[in-house]
Design a protein around this ligand. Structure first.
Ligand code: C2O
Ligand code: CU
Length: 493
C-alpha cells in the first residue's frame, strides 16, 4: 500500500514561505516592468482636443531650443493670414465633395470620394498672378473635408490643414479658399482631414499655373493615382494618349499623388526635366535611359518630342502616334543634385539666422496610449516633436537626417526649400527647389528656405500613414496663433 501523499495534507512551512517569497519577487518584478510602462502609456495619452501650439518642444533654431512645451499665445490668428486683395477672383471654381462609388475614366468602378462627381476632381488652371477662389462644399463626406494646395505657397488661412488652419468642413458645410497663383508650375490639391484615407480614396485633383501665354509647347497633365491598387493617369488605367504631331515638343506634368515614390522613364528617346515641384530647372539638358524618381506628393514636368512614351510604373502616357514600345525601368536614376546648371538662389544659406535638425528615427513606445513602433523626430515621439520657431525674414537651414530604416517623402507646407547638399555632397546643378523631398534611409539632406509666409505650417511625411504614425512637426512664426484645435472633428492626418 502506498502511504497517503504528503501533498494531500498541508505542505511544510518552509516551502510555503519560499512560494510566497517567489510570488512577492514575481509581483515586484512585474511591477518594475509594468509601472514604468503604465506611466509611459498614461503620459502618451493626448487630450481630446489640443492646440498645435501646445504641442511640440520649442526649438528656436539658435541653440536655445527645447525650452519645453507650448509657445506664447496671443498675436495674429491664422484666420487673419489671408490673401490681401479683395478684388473679384479671376478663376472661380466650386468643388462638391461626396462619398460613394464612381467610375474611373477607364470604366472600373471604385469606392471613395469625388469632387464634382469625379476623381481626380477637376484640374484647376490659372495663369500666373491670377486670383483663384475655390468654394468647397461638403455634400456627403462623413468625416468632414478640407482642401490643401500642395506646393503652392498660399496664405496660411487657406492651407487647409484641419485643426491647424481651419475646422474640417462638415457635411452640409462649405469653405472658401482664396489665393493668388503667384508661381507658375504644377501643383495639386487634396483633403487634409483624415488625409491618409481621403487622399488615397480620391479627394484630390491637379492645379496648374501657367505663365501668361502658356508654356510654348503642348501642355499635358499626368496625375498619377492608385485607386484600389490600380495605377491610373488622370483617372485612367493602362494607356493615356496625348495628341501631338511628329516632332512636336510636349510638356507632361507628372504628379505623384500616392504614398510611395514612383519612377518615370522614357523608353528609347532623350527627354528633359523642365521643372521639379513647380519650379523650373535651370538649363535642363537632355538625358536618356535614366529614371526620374517622383516621390510621394512631388511633381516632375518632363519634356518629350512626339512620338514618345512615358512609363509611370504600371500606367503609360503615349505622346503622338506610333510611339516606341514599353521598356523596363532603366537601372540608373537621374540625380537632381547635379542636373542642370547653377543659377542664383536668391538667398544666402551662409547667412542663415536659424538652423534646425529634423532627424527621423523609429522607436517602440506608446502613441496616444497605443503601443507600437512609432516614428521619432530628434529622438522624441509625437507630441514631443519639435516646434520650429521662426520670424518673418529669417533665412532657415534645416538638416533632414533619416535613421529610421525606411525612406520618407518629407513635405513642408507654405514654403519652397532649396537643396544645399546630400550626405555632405553639395548640390552643383540647377538650384533644386523642392516641397516634397525623398529622404532615403541613411541619407542626410541640408535644405534652406526663406521664412516669408507667416503662419503655422505642418512639416510631415507624405507617405500619409507615416504622418498618422507620428512623422509630423510644425514650423511656426513668432506672434502667430491659431483658434483651431486638433482632435474632436479635426484629424489632419
Ligand atoms: Cu500634400 Cu500636408 O500635404
Ligand atoms: Cu514616411
Amino acid at each position: 500500500m502506498l502511504a497517503p501523499p504528503e501533498a494531500a495534507t498541508a505542505p511544510p512551512v518552509a516551502p510555503r514561505r519560499r512560494e510566497r517569497r517567489r510570488l512577492i519577487v514575481g509581483v515586484a518584478a512585474a511591477l518594475a516592468v509594468l509601472a514604468p510602462l503604465a506611466w509611459l502609456w498614461q503620459a502618451s495619452l493626448l487630450p481630446d482636443t489640443y492646440s498645435v501650439t501646445d504641442m511640440g518642444l520649442v526649438d528656436d533654431g539658435r541653440g536655445g531650443g527645447h525650452a519645453g512645451h507650448g509657445v506664447a499665445t496671443g498675436g495674429r490668428g491664422v484666420d487673419a493670414l489671408t490673401e490681401p486683395s479683395t478684388a473679384p477672383a479671376d478663376v472661380r471654381v466650386e468643388l462638391v465633395a461626396r462619398e460613394g462609388s464612381f467610375r474611373l475614366a477607364s470604366g472600373e468602378e471604385v469606392t471613395g470620394y469625388t469632387l464634382n462627381g469625379t476623381s481626380p476632381g477637376p484640374a484647376i488652371h490659372a495663369e500666373l498672378g491670377q486670383l483663384v477662389e475655390v468654394h468647397l462644399v461638403n455634400e456627403s463626406v462623413p468625416d468632414g473635408a478640407t482642401l490643401h494646395w500642395h506646393g503652392l505657397d498660399v496664405p496660411n488661412a487657406d492651407d487647409g490643414v484641419a485643426g491647424v488652419t481651419q475646422d474640417a468642413v462638415p457635411v452640409g458645410g462649405s469653405f472658401t479658399y482664396r489665393f493668388r497663383a503667384d508661381q507658375a508650375g504644377t501643383f495639386w490639391y487634396h483633403s487634409h482631414q483624415v488625409s491618409h484615407v481621403q487622399v488615397q480614396r480620391g479627394l484630390l485633383g491637379a492645379l496648374v499655373v501657367t505663365p501668361p501665354g502658356g508654356v510654348g509647347a503642348t501642355d499635358a497633365l499626368a496625375l498619377v493615382h492608385l485607386y484600389e491598387g490600380t495605377r491610373t493617369v488622370n483617372g485612367r488605367s493602362g494607356e493615356t494618349r496625348v495628341e501631338a504631331a511628329p516632332g512636336e515638343r510636349v510638356r507632361v506634368r507628372v504628379v505623384n499623388t500616392d504614398n510611395a515614390p514612383m519612377s518615370a522613364w522614357v523608353p528609347a528617346a532623350p527627354f528633359r526635366v523642365l521643372a521639379v515641384d513647380g519650379t523650373e530647372v535651370h538649363e535642363p539638358g537632355p538625358v536618356r535611359d535614366v529614371a526620374v524618381e517622383v516621390t510621394g506628393g512631388a511633381r516632375a514636368d518632363l519634356e518629350v518630342v512626339a512620338p514618345a512614351r512615358i512609363e509611370l510604373g504600371g500606367a503609360s502616357v503615349l505622346v503622338g502616334e506610333a510611339v516606341p514600345p514599353p521598356a523596363p525601368r532603366p537601372a540608373a536614376a537621374l540625380d537632381l543634385l547635379t542636373y542642370g546648371t547653377p543659377a542664383p538662389l536668391g538667398l544666402d544659406p551662409a547667412a542663415a539666422t536659424r538652423s534646425f535638425d529634423y532627424v527621423i528615427g523609429r522607436s517602440p513606445g506608446f502613441l496616444d496610449g497605443v503601443p507600437g513602433m512609432w516614428w521619432t523626430v530628434n529622438g522624441r515621439m509625437h507630441p514631443d516633436v519639435p516646434m520650429y520657431m521662426v520670424a518673418e525674414g529669417d533665412v532657415v537651414r534645416m538638416r533632414v537626417e533619416n535613421r529610421s530604416g525606411e525612406g520618407h517623402p518629407m513635405h513642408l507646407h507654405g514654403h519652397h526649400a532649396v537643396v544645399l547638399s546630400r550626405d555632405g555632397v553639395p548640390a552643383t546643378g540647377s538650384p533644386w527647389w523642392i516641397d516634397s523631398l525623398q529622404v532615403g534611409d541613411g541619407e542626410t539632406y541640408e535644405i534652406a528656405f526663406v521664412a516669408d509666409n507667416p503662419g503655422i505650417w505642418i512639416d510631415h511625411c507624405h507617405n500619409l500613414p507615416h504622418a498618422v504614425e507620428g512623422l509630423v512637426a510644425h514650423l511656426m512664426y513668432e506672434g502667430v496663433t491659431t483658434p483651431y484645435r486638433i482632435g474632436g472633428p479635426n484629424t489632419p492626418e
